[in-house]
Design a binder for this molecule. Structure first.
Ligand code: HEC
Length: 175
């Protein structure tokens, strides 16, 4: 008897958890603060980044239908929050010059090494699977921006990493 009851409660539970709200709200974005506008990013790079980066690293997230279904929705929102926390292209101009330089260095590396976009993302988003050519294009563009920003903004990696950690710790996110 109790076994039957437990079995019945599983679908009920799945239905019920759908009503737990997921916060998908975002603040108003100033166009001039975005990576695209502030760095005047060329169209071909914009296109690759729109497909491969922006769902997780900006406030401009497109949510597919399955992202509304718990518990997938919770898992995705967690990823998006974490991605934005590390790097948010919607508030790019708000980072100071040294931070931007350090992020560009990381972007260059992550893309070259094939770490980004995350594998879990490219399973579901075939348009985000980057060809070698696209990786090279992004990496060389990111490193060209670093050169523009000038050597005075480039500091020791360890130093900046420490600072980033501090800034992340003081963010309003709780894990
Ligand atoms: C599915 C979501 C997702 C996508 C898509 C994605 N990222 Fe990330 N990214 C993350 C998460 C989560 C982290 C933090 C944890 C980690 O490093 O794995 C991160 C970390 C990073 C970092 C390290 C930032 C730092 O300094 O801590 C860089 C740089 C980065 N991503 C660049 C990119 C670029 C460039 C793209 C597109 C080519 C991209 N990411 C696509 C989720 C994503």
């Amino acid at each position: 008897m109790w076994k039957k009851r437990i079995l019945w409660s599983i679908p009920a539970l799945i239905v019920l958890v759908q009503f737990i709200p997921v916060d998908r709200s975002v603040p108003v974005v100033k166009e001039t603060d975005t990576f695209y506008v502030s760095e005047n990013v060329p169209e071909d790079v914009v296109q690759i980044m729109d497909n491969a980066c922006m769902d997780c690293h900006s406030y401009n997230t497109t949510y597919p239908w399955y992202s509304y279904i718990a518990p997938v929705s919770w898992w995705l929102e967690d990823h998006i929050e974490e991605g934005r926390e590390h790097l948010n292209f919607s508030v790019w101009a708000g980072y100071n010059a040294k931070r931007r330089d350090h992020k560009l260095e990381e972007m260059d590396e992550e893309v070259k090494e094939g770490e980004m976009p995350l594998d879990s993302y490219t399973w579901a988003h075939s348009e985000a699977r980057l060809s070698q050519e696209q990786r090279d294009r992004l990496a060389s563009y990111f490193s060209s921006l670093r050169k523009q920003s000038g050597p005075e903004n480039q500091i020791e990696e360890a130093e900046q990493e420490e600072k980033d950690d501090d800034e992340d710790d003081h963010g309003d996110h709780q894990h």
